[in-house]
Write a new protein. Structure first.
Length: 96
């Protein structure tokens, strides 16, 4: 089973390799783990293990961010990170 830290490391490395950033967010209960920035697109990532669940505070933040027009992803595997990268490419306003 993938560890959350391994998936998070993969996310950070993928974004760095593509010229983006995965900024660690802390200090606010329930805020997603990372702010994902790439090619003019901003999204949030709450990393979990395949069996991990979002807390009530995390669900509240996800809904709040959605109302503001932001996507919150919950990558659980490297494939989920790849799906996020593909989504960013589709949303991108910039030429890579």
């Amino acid at each position: 089973m993938p560890r959350e830290s391994g998936v998070e490391r993969f996310l950070v490395e993928e974004l760095k390799r593509r010229g983006g950033a995965a900024i660690k967010l802390t200090g606010v209960l329930g805020i997603p783990d990372r702010l994902v920035l790439l090619n003019g697109v901003a999204a949030f990532a709450e990393l979990k293990t395949p069996t991990g669940r979002l807390s009530a505070a995390q669900r509240v933040w996800s809904a709040r961010l959605a109302r503001m027009g932001f996507q919150t992803w919950t990558p659980r595997t490297r494939d989920d990170v790849r799906d996020l990268m593909e989504w960013i490419e589709c949303q991108s306003t910039m030429t890579p």
